[in-house]
Design a protein around this ligand. Structure first.
Ligand SMILES: [Zn+2]
Length: 291
């Protein structure tokens, strides 16, 4: 990311192919010694239409119809909306980079004044337009159309892109002066990596993710932009049960053994503490385009 050539391999065993269950051995995970950025090497050879066609979704989600994507990811929108505040969305224009089947935009569209979806997967184009979202395949297309919005969001997308700094520069260009960026991505320093390092690393690293961000690498990501008020926060998506399952079985999910033991308040405390310590599953970053 900083164009330095000084890097060290931090992992070179098997990783997930795409984001699926199959494993591959032909990759290393490297850490830049100058900026701490961690990345996949080599960059997988993917056809240009990898994200436009069904190929990517087939590897990631067995089902990729809008309905099945909603069933799988709708619940993640609650916390995103709480973090931004529905009062900050009402009457505003919102653009989501990597909108998928509109999981976030659908959830806020009755409050937002206008919604724009950027999504290369053409399978979702018709659905996104049917929900009233303006559609573009790529951020370049929205820039060319001179779109400018109050809020740009991008959830779990920047880890997939080949040029994260360029991705961020599009987000900047699409914001009005005074507009706000909300960006989240997986955190390299997830608590589960401490609990069950070997199995978690085999699961966490995947050819679909070219970039692995940590708090330490964020300054380099933003250094070529003039974003201001950059705030790095954390978001933990998974319950205490998920951590117990990793510790006991080395895989994600729930565990019958503790079914009903932990209630809503315990889980809220657990997630807050994990976030406070910076060992959450995701980074949650906000920044502003200066006036
Ligand atoms: Zn670097």
């Amino acid at each position: 990311m900083c164009l330095s050539r000084k890097s060290k391999a931090i992992y070179s065993s098997s990783i997930r192919k795409g984001g699926g269950k199959e494993r591959v051995n032909d990759y290393s995970i490297l850490r830049c010694e100058d900026c701490n950025f961690v990345y996949l090497s080599p960059i997988p050879k993917q056809s240009n239409d990898f994200y436009e066609s069904h190929e990517y979704r087939k590897k990631w989600d067995y089902e990729y119809t809008p309905d099945s994507i909603h069933a799988k990811y709708d619940h993640e929108q609650n916390e995103r909306i709480i973090r931004i505040g529905i009062e900050n969305i009402r009457g505003k224009s919102v653009l989501d980079l990597g909108a998928s089947a509109g999981v976030f935009l659908d959830a806020i569209s009755s409050s937002a004044a206008t919604t724009i979806a950027i999504e290369p997967a053409l399978i979702y184009k018709e659905y996104l337009q049917s929900q009233g979202h303006t559609y573009y395949s790529y951020p370049e297309d929205a820039c060319r159309a001179n779109e400018k919005v109050d809020i740009v969001t991008s959830f779990d997308v920047i880890e997939h892109v080949e040029k994260p700094k360029e991705f961020l520069s599009y987000a900047y260009e699409l914001l009005k002066p005074g507009g706000k960026l909300v960006l989240s991505m997986p955190n390299l320093n997830d608590i589960i990596k401490k609990v069950e390092k070997d199995k978690f690393e085999q699961f966490f690293y995947q050819t679909a993710h070219l970039n692995y961000f940590s708090k330490e690498a964020i300054p380099e990501l933003f250094c070529d932009t003039v974003f201001s008020s950059i705030k790095i926060d954390f978001l933990h998506k998974y319950s205490i049960e998920n951590m117990i399952r990793w510790a006991k079985y080395g895989s994600p999910g729930n565990v019958e053994e503790v079914d009903g033991v932990f209630d809503r308040i315990f889980d809220a405390h657990y997630k807050s503490e994990i976030e406070r310590l910076g060992i959450a599953s995701h980074l949650f970053i906000t920044a502003e385009r200066p006036l």
